[in-house]
Design a protein around this ligand. Structure first.
Ligand code: NAI
Ligand code: MG
Length: 364
């Protein structure tokens, strides 16, 4: 099989880590099991500098046509806070999510074998941890109307954000979570605040109905979102797939992520709905971290989140689970060999560069 991937390195460390993902792709092609064609384009600040536009229509068209899109990161001090909103680097990512209709954000928090990071305070709690947060990405309080700050007659200001969900929005994200659970441990925890929010009630009822109608074979538990925050820190191993709205998912996926160590290790996937005619499903794969301007250009960024994102694209978009397993096993094996970029190195340990880490994964 031949696949066509769009690479959007972006800004800061984006191009450095994308080069390592490209090495791994080349190594996969060399196995002779599948062939990978890549195309590259500018996005974010790099595209502003070259074209005056962080996300061109041509880039969107390339992403729609590709079997999967790998995205590095966008933004940096050169552009931050400057110019009108529609000309900021962030539009490179927000605009792509919108244009591709990516409503499901998958954020695994997986603890690879021996973890030697300074932040791993609770090694026994997180050892072997493998959970997947499924976050609704295009609805909820970040997008609901009205959304405004108005000045009142007495001179105070009043801010409003509105949380809105429809049954179809909840159903489609629920379906993604249940489908994924069937390929994992068959366990879904759905988080909401049904005790104090109407959207929470709708969320819980919709997930309950969907479960009864289509996924009765999967174990479903409901949990209040604040309790989930506590349980994630107390005993994360009790969870497998977690599904929640945009706001809770934003917060709690960051909590789940940091259980496992460095930002530089964590991949993500964003999925939309399959086209009813072609069957192709829009998707975007990116590390959860940003462009890390503080370390850009030094050659020491951790490429594993980017390479892990590539593995997710093999699993979820290209339907090549064996190749995804191989890439993840390669990541695991280089960590077992003790290779560490500075962000995950133990104090005093010799660290390797971005390129050394990428080459080691490609060889493995
Ligand atoms: P950041 O994730 O870029 O960096 C936070 C800290 O983590 C920094 O100290 C950085 O050096 C470190 N770090 C991040 N990735 C790493 C890696 N792969 N290896 C080693 N260390 C790593 O977040 P920050 O500093 O808040 O934002 C920097 C820029 O990135 C801003 O312009 C922001 O808007 C943008 N950003 C872009 C995102 C995207 O493109 N999806 C997401 C988050 C931020
Ligand atoms: Mg966030």
């Amino acid at each position: 099989t031949s696949y066509n991937l769009l690479l959007l390195p972006g800004d800061g460390i984006g191009p450095e880590i994308m080069a390592e993902a490209a090495k791994v792709l080349a190594a996969l092609s060399d196995l002779g099991l599948a062939h990978f064609e890549t195309e590259e384009d500018l996005v974010g600040g790099a595209a502003i500098d070259a074209r005056g536009n962080p996300l061109s229509d041509e880039t969107i068209a390339l992403a729609k046509a590709a079997d999967a899109t790998l995205f590095g990161a966008v933004g940096g001090p050169k552009w931050d806070g400057k110019g009108p909103f529609h000309l900021r680097p962030e539009i490179g990512i927000l605009g792509l999510r919108k244009a591709l209709g990516l409503y499901a954000n998958l954020r695994p928090a997986k603890c690879y074998g021996p973890l030697a990071t300074a932040s791993s305070l609770h090694a026994e709690l997180v050892s072997g941890l493998d959970i997947l947060v499924v976050r609704e990405l295009t609805g909820g309080v970040y997008f609901g109307q009205p959304k405004e700050i108005v000045t009142l007659q007495d001179g105070q200001r009043r801010a409003v954000d509105t949380q809105v969900y429809t049954t179809s929005e909840v159903e489609r994200i629920g379906r993604v979570a249940f489908d994924l659970a069937r390929k994992r441990k068959n366990l879904v925890h759905s988080a909401d605040k049904n005790n104090v929010m109407r959207t929470g009630t709708l969320w819980r009822e919709t997930i309950t109905d969907l479960h009864a109608a289509e996924f009765a074979d999967v174990t479903l538990e409901h949990i209040l979102a604040d309790n989930l925050g506590m349980q994630l820190v107390r005993k994360p191993g009790q969870f497998d797939v977690l599904v929640m709205d945009n706001l809770f998912g934003d917060l709690l996926s960051d909590v789940a992520a940091m259980l496992t160590g460095s930002l530089g290790m964590l991949p993500s996937a964003s999925l939309g709905d399959a086209d009813p005619v072609t069957g192709s499903r829009p998707s975007l794969y990116e590390p959860i971290h940003g462009s890390a301007p503080d370390i850009a250009g030094q050659g020491f960024a951790n490429p594993l989140a980017m390479i892990g994102s590539l593995a997710m694209s093999l699993r979820y978009s290209l339907d090549e689970p064996d190749l995804a397993d191989r890439v993840e096993a390669a990541i695991e094996s280089v960590l077992e060999q003790g290779l560490r970029t500075p962000d995950i190195a133990a104090p005093g340990q010799n660290a390797v560069s971005t390129a050394e880490m990428g080459t080691a994964v490609a060889e493995a």
